[in-house]
Design a protein around this ligand. Structure first.
Ligand code: TMP
Length: 208
C-alpha cells in the first residue's frame, strides 16, 4: 500500500487557520481521500492533557519546549505514523514549524537546541519525518490582532504582546524561505474566495 501524505497547517494566532482547515478537510474528502485530521499540541489522549497544561499553566520556557516535543512524540508514534503507513492522509493543525516559530522566534530559545530534539523524535535512518507539504496562513499583525479581539477567552500564547506575535510571524516566514519546496505561504488577509481558489489549485497540483 502507498504511504499516505502528510500536510501541516500553520500561522500566527488569529490568522484564520481554523476556517481554512474546515474548508481543506471538505475539499480533500470530496476527492475520496481517507483523511485523518489532527492537531498539535494534542492529537492523542496524553497529548490533549499536555495541551491543556501548555495553553494554561505558567512554566519554564524549556519545559514548554520539551512538553511540545513530548506530545509530538506520542502523536507521531500513536497516530501519524500508523495512519500514514495505512495509506491515510494526515492533515495536522500545526507541527514542528510551530515550535521553531513560537519557542525559537517568539520565546527566543536557540534554534540549535531543537536539532537534537527534532532528531530524537522525528529522526529515522533516511532522515527526518516531516510534512510533505506545509501551508502557512500569513496575515499582518493588525489583522490577526483584530480577529482575536473579543472573540473568546484567550490562551497563554494568544495573550502574548504584539511583539511576540510579530517575532512568531517573522520566524514562520524565515522557515518558509529556508524550505521553499515544502512550505507554501498563503496570503490570508484576502477574501475567503481568493484564498480558497489558491488552495484548490495547490491541492490539485499536490494530488497529482
Ligand atoms: P492552536 O490554538 O492554533 O491549536 O495552537 C495552540 C497554541 O500552541 C498556539 O498558540 C501555538 C502554540 N504552539 C507552540 O507554541 N509550539 C508548538 O510546537 C505548537 C505545536 C503549538
Amino acid at each position: 500500500m502507498l504511504r499516505g501524505r502528510f500536510i501541516s497547517v500553520e500561522g500566527i494566532d488569529g490568522a484564520g487557520k481554523s476556517t481554512q482547515l474546515t474548508w481543506l478537510v471538505q475539499y480533500l474528502q470530496s476527492r475520496q481521500l481517507v483523511l485523518r485530521q489532527t492537531r498539535e499540541p494534542g492529537g492523542t489522549a496524553l497529548g490533549e492533557k499536555l495541551r491543556v497544561l501548555l495553553l494554561n499553566d505558567e512554566m519554564h520556557l524549556d519545559t514548554e519546549a520539551l512538553l511540545m516535543f513530548a506530545a509530538r512524540n506520542e502523536h507521531l508514534q500513536q497516530v501519524i505514523l500508523p495512519a500514514l503507513a495505512q495509506g491515510e492522509w494526515v492533515l495536522c493543525d500545526r507541527f514542528t514549524d510551530a515550535t521553531y516559530a513560537y519557542q525559537c522566534g517568539g520565546r527566543g530559545l536557540a534554534v540549535e537546541r531543537f536539532a537534537t530534539l527534532e532528531q530524537w523524535v522525528q529522526g529515522r535512518e533516511h532522515g527526518l519525518i516531516e510534512p510533505d507539504l506545509t501551508l502557512i496562513f500569513d496575515v499582518p499583525l493588525e489583522v490577526s490582532q483584530a480577529r482575536m479581539a473579543g472573540t473568546r477567552v484567550l490562551d497563554r500564547f494568544e495573550r502574548e504582546q504584539a511583539d511576540f506575535h510579530s517575532r512568531v510571524r517573522a520566524a514562520y516566514l524565515q522557515r518558509a524561505a529556508q524550505n521553499p519546496q515544502r512550505i507554501r505561504v498563503i496570503d490570508a488577509s484576502r477574501s475567503l474566495e481568493l484564498i480558497q481558489t489558491e488552495l484548490a489549485q495547490l491541492m490539485d497540483e499536490f494530488l497529482v
